[in-house]
Design a protein around this ligand. Structure first.
Ligand SMILES: Cc1ncc(COP(=O)(O)O)c(C=O)c1O
Length: 423
């Protein structure tokens, strides 16, 4: 595999950007390689600058549920560009997108459009604190909610990949009100609530943990969490930046039948453009400025191009009822290939993750028992075969609707070969 051009672009990039990248996990450090520089992507494939092509299961870390460059999305974006890139003033399309999201995810009675998942979470936590007048927040060990200060504690994903415990530059004062519970362990939440009675604004969770690899919630865990928060007057926030519109049109809240008070969305919601959303109960969201006292704003919020990509993507998902059944079928084939080849794999819908441990992975501690050296070996094997997966054990494998039966079969065959090579 020739990657000479990627190598020289990386050398140049390192001179101007830390690690040569604009988001740490892209640097491939955990798999001891250099990153590929990408030229273009179409359908289920991504193409690097050296002319290599790969079946893409990173899907830009989640947004690419329809694959890349869907013609309907591209055409709508091109047309929108002709009218101007940004106005800093309201457009009808923002309401169209908000209405669409509300119809697909009924808990989103009122919402705000923002630019990134990090911003959505930062703002939704502020809304919860503003509404309740309380400061403390419970998050779960290994769940990632973006890189705002108060969420950068035990945050899985990139930090775990780089072995950064919490993050320099985050003052203790910013995280002292962030309490850490164990994912899939309801008693750990009960204990925190008991010892911080009347002080907790909200519990925030990835309903399917997808930043410590993929870890599904145990049966009834989310239901118990809903009841516990309700009984104690604590708001429940689902961070559906990954799961929103991926597990089902109505996200994990539809998939598991649990209604949170507030939700953050991103990735698919922007159809590949920088857009994210936070919202939920009307009585809470009515506390956001300008009608309430919780301040949050943004120069490019609700950007017309990003909103257009979001609308088109969600419309395609809504109008093609078979997408989720197809995704399930394709993902099941990959899951079977993993299982039949000796891998320990977790899957929820079109999110998968093979772990290199004998333990059933149900928690952050279980995920940490995975052998990351083995993951690196597996990663390189797959890449050399033309399969592009996350360069870290602690990320998900994303299946897209654009992956053809042939792409899936080719990938399943590579997984079987990898099994022979690994075990
Ligand atoms: C669950 C979750 N929340 C929040 C974020 C942050 O989103 P962004 O990278 O758009 O800031 C991510 C990013 O992967 C995420 O997975």
């Amino acid at each position: 595999m020739n990657t000479e051009k990627s190598h020289s672009l990386f050398e140049e990039a390192k001179k101007y950007m830390p690690g040569g990248v604009n988001s740490p996990v892209r640097a491939y450090q955990a798999v001891k390689r250099e990153p590929l520089f990408i030229k273009r992507a179409e359908k289920g494939y991504i193409y690097d600058v050296d002319g290599n092509s790969y079946v893409d299961f990173v899907c830009s870390w989640g947004p690419g549920i329809l694959g890349h460059s869907h013609p309907q999305v591209i055409a709508a974006v091109q047309k929108a560009c002709e009218d101007g890139l940004t106005f800093g003033a309201p457009t009808e399309k923002e309401t169209i997108l908000a209405k669409l999201i509300s119809s697909l995810m009924p808990s989103m009675e009122m919402m705000r459009l923002v630019n990134s998942g990090t911003e959505a979470v930062m703002s939704v936590v502020r809304a919860a604190r503003g509404f309740t007048g309380k400061n403390k927040v419970i998050k779960f060990n290994g769940c990632y909610h973006g890189h705002s200060d108060c969420m950068l504690v035990k945050a899985g994903s990139g930090l775990l990949t780089q072995s950064i415990p919490s993050g320099a530059g985050v003052p203790e004062n910013c995280t002292k009100d962030t309490l850490i519970a164990e994912y899939n362990d309801i008693s750990s939440v009960e204990k925190l609530i008991e010892s911080n009675k009347g002080e907790i604004a909200c519990v925030i969770i990835e309903p399917v943990a997808a930043n410590m690899g993929v870890v599904p919630p145990k049966k009834e865990f989310l239901q118990e969490l809903r009841k516990l928060t309700e009984d104690n007057g604590i708001l429940l926030i689902f961070d559906e930046v990954i799961t929103g519109f991926r597990l089902a049109l109505g996200g994990a809240q539809e998939y598991y039948g649990v209604k949170p008070d507030l939700t953050s969305l991103g990735k698919i919601a922007g159809g590949g453009m920088p857009l994210a959303v936070y919202g939920g109960r009307r009585d809470i969201m009515e506390n956001v400025a300008p009608i309430g006292k919780v301040y949050q704003a943004g120069t490019l919020s609700g950007n017309p191009i990003a909103v257009t990509a979001g609308i088109e993507t969600l419309k395609i998902l809504r109008e093609n009822k078979n997408i989720y059944t197809e995704l399930e079928k394709k993902s099941e084939i990959l899951e079977k290939a993993f299982k039949g080849s000796g891998f320990n794999v977790n899957r929820v819908g079109s999110l998968l993750c093979p772990f290199f441990t004998d333990k059933k992975v149900e928690s952050y501690t279980d995920a940490l028992s995975s052998d990351t050296e083995k993951y690196a070996k597996y990663f390189s094997f797959m890449l050399e075969k033309g399969i592009y997966i996350a360069p870290s054990q602690f990320e998900a494998m994303f299946v897209s609707y654009a992956h053809t039966d042939e792409d899936i079969e080719k990938t399943a065959a590579c997984i079987r070969e990898a099994g022979k090579y690994m075990f």
